[in-house]
Design a protein around this ligand. Structure first.
Ligand SMILES: *Cc1c(COP(=O)(O)O)cnc(C)c1O
Ligand SMILES: [Zn+2]
Length: 409
């Protein structure tokens, strides 16, 4: 294994890999793995295909602990493209083992924990990350500890405890629990693989590699004309900022390796009811201000003090922009996506809501790649919310009347 280091995204201080460093001890900002250079290999497993960009990864462990994450489809939606006057590609992350992209990062985080000698792993999450960590913890035979807030809705509890993990309700806000977990975890022997853990972010790179590969192949999997694989913008729902950082890192690594020549711009989307990064971006600030009372239907991105928020600001000043969309726009977009065949959760629908906004700003004939981060079936209450504004149209009949109803259309 090549000698690698963790580097502070802000001050550049570096840290050795043999200790469980996650944040910079000087400035508190997130650490990231040194950039890797390499080539793609022909292989069906994403971890072997991109192995040169994971020189630190124990491939044997990856093979043993994988649940089949990644290799998700990219399709074009002709219906949405028409409705939005732009080309809309969809990267469908709902097709991961626990129905969200979190699995890609969880696997690498779990391997990191094992390599450091931990037997217990944990995370701070109410939703997708908790389920993902619990699943991979179960597969690896580790104890999983999930910290949540006491107001966690019941529908979110079962998809976590079913895997056998320990659920602990903590009376505090998410930001406080995030920082406390990192501090206490090292003391009591639990490796917390939180939202923007450096190794979780490394796992998210695979989305960027898959998009880069698709671009190289001329977008032919899109099923459209396949004439080129160029993308103008990658649209990323953003909570903590970990996902966006991972996708960006992958594309920059591909570019500096000479595999791709051009990198798309990035659009980070937040929900208006909890949009500290978008707010700082609009106001031209360098640092985010935590949100006091987050309120949005897009629970998966409702992070009131995003631990990678400042880093996202630094990155997107150069390489894109941040915007926020309202709950109403999110629910409408969620329905638009469902009516074009993909049922996502509200957080993922922010991507389509964002393109709609950009269309109103005058964006036209641009090519957007939307990251559809998680499955809608996990948040049934959001669909109920969607139909709050109208009466459900359900026809009723007995058997003798069925023919008539069917004919009636
Ligand atoms: C976690 C999550 C996000 C945001 O990812 P971050 O890394 O926290 O920015 C977006 N959508 C869904 C469905 C998620 O679960
Ligand atoms: Zn630092």
């Amino acid at each position: 294994m090549r000698f690698m280091r963790l580097i502070c995204t802000y001050c550049g201080k570096d840290y050795p890999l043999d200790q469980p460093y996650q944040r910079c001890e000087d400035c508190g900002e997130p650490l990231e793995l040194e950039h890797s250079k390499g080539n793609l290999r022909g292989d069906s497993s994403i971890w072997r295909r991109y192995a040169e960009f994971y020189p630190f990864l124990d491939q044997k462990l990856a093979e043993r602990l994988t649940l089949g994450e990644g290799n998700t489809p990219i399709t074009i939606s002709e219906k949405l493209s028409e409705e939005l006057s732009n080309v809309v590609y969809l990267k469908d992350e709902t097709q991961n083992p626990t129905w969200s992209f979190k699995d890609r990062g969880t696997l690498i985080g779990v391997i990191r924990a094992i390599q450091l000698g931990f037997r217990k792993i944990g995370t701070v999450s109410t939703g997708n990350m908790a389920a993902s960590l619990s699943a991979y913890g179960a597969k690896a035979g580790l104890e999983s500890i999930i910290l949540v807030r006491p107001d966690i809705p019941e529908e979110k509890i079962y998809p976590i405890v079913v895997y056998g993990s320990r659920l602990i309700e903590v009376e505090a806000n998410f930001g406080e629990i995030y920082w406390k977990s990192l501090e206490l975890g090292k003391k009591v022997g639990i490796y917390f693989i939180n939202s923007d853990d450096p190794f979780r972010v490394e796992g998210y790179k695979t989305i960027g590699f898959e998009i880069g590969e698709w671009m190289l192949e001329g977008g032919k999997e899109s099923g459209k004309d396949g004439k080129d694989g160029e993308i103008d913008y990658i649209v990323v729902p953003t909570g903590s900022g970990g996902l966006l950082r991972g996708i960006m890192k992958a594309l920059f690594e591909m570019k500096s390796s000479g595999i791709i020549s051009k990198i798309p711009k990035f659009i980070s989307v937040q929900a208006e009811g909890c949009s500290p990064i978008a707010k700082a971006y609009e106001e031209g600030n360098d640092r985010i201000e935590p949100i006091k009372e987050p309120k949005t239907i897009a629970g998966a991105i409702a992070d009131p003090s995003p631990p990678s928020g400042n880093e996202v600001l630094r990155k997107l000043k150069k390489h894109g922009r941040v915007l926020a969309v309202s709950d109403r726009e999110i629910l409408e977009a969620q329905r638009m996506l469902a009516r074009s065949g993909i049922f996502v959760q509200p957080a993922s629908a922010t991507t389509i809501a964002a393109i709609r906004k950009l269309k109103d700003e005058g964006y036209e004939d641009m090519k957007f790649m939307c990251i559809l981060t998680g499955a809608g079936i996990k948040v049934p209450s959001a669909v109920k919310e969607m139909f709050k504004f109208e009466s459900l149209h359900i026809q009723k009949t007995d058997l003798s009347g069925l023919e008539k109803v069917l004919e009636g259309g």
